[in-house]
Design a protein around this ligand. Structure first.
Ligand code: TYD
Length: 140
C-alpha cells in the first residue's frame, strides 16, 4: 500500500519504562506528543458495528492512544488510504489536519484516549466528504 506522504500520518512509538514493579509510559508536550495538549477525551463503551469519526479537522492535531482493547483507524489524506490497528499501549496514532478518519472494530472493552491540540470547536470539523475533498490543498 502506498505510504501517506502529503500529511504526516503515522504511529508514534512510546518508550515503556519498566522495572520489577511493572511498566510506565509518559507522554509530554512537544516530546512524545508533537504539540501542546489542550484537551483530552476518551471513547469507551462503543457498541458493536459502530463506525465513529467520519470527519477531518481543519487545524486540530490529535494523538490517539488505545489504553485498553483495540480499534481500527481508517485514514485518508486525499492521496492515499491507510489502516491502523491500535492495540498497543506503547503506540499512538497521529491524526494531522485535513486527514479524513474513521474508526471501527472497537473491542467491547476498548478505551480510546485522544490528546488534542485545541478545544472542541465544531467550526474546525469538516463532516461532509465532498466539502473535505474541495478543501484539500492541490496535490501533485
Ligand atoms: P463526535 O464528534 O460525534 O465523536 P466522533 O467523531 O469521535 O465519533 O462527538 C460526540 C459528541 O461529543 C458530540 O455531541 C460532540 C461532543 N464532543 C464534545 O463535547 N467535546 C469533545 O471534545 C468531543 C470530541 C466531542
Amino acid at each position: 500500500m502506498a505510504p501517506l506522504n502529503l500529511f504526516r500520518v503515522d504511529l508514534v512509538k512510546f518508550t515503556p519504562r519498566g522495572d520489577e514493579r511493572g511498566w510506565l509510559i509518559a507522554l509530554e508536550n512537544l516530546q512524545e506528543v508533537p504539540f501542546e495538549i489542550r484537551r483530552v477525551y476518551y471513547i469507551y463503551g462503543t457498541q458493536p458495528h459502530v463506525r465513529r469519526g467520519k470527519h477531518a479537522h481543519r487545524h486540530l492535531r490529535q494523538l490517539a492512544v488505545c489504553l485498553r482493547g483495540s480499534c481500527r483507524f481508517h485514514m485518508d489524506d486525499g492521496k492515499a488510504k491507510r489502516e491502523f490497528l491500535l492495540d498497543r499501549l506503547d503506540r499512538g496514532l497521529l491524526i494531522e489536519p485535513m486527514v479524513w478518519h474513521e474508526m471501527d472494530e472497537f473491542s467491547p472493552d476498548c478505551l480510546l484516549m485522544v490528546l488534542a491540540s485545541g478545544p472542541y470547536e465544531e467550526i474546525d470539523y469538516i463532516r461532509d466528504r465532498s466539502s473535505w475533498q474541495a478543501e484539500l490543498p492541490v496535490q501533485e
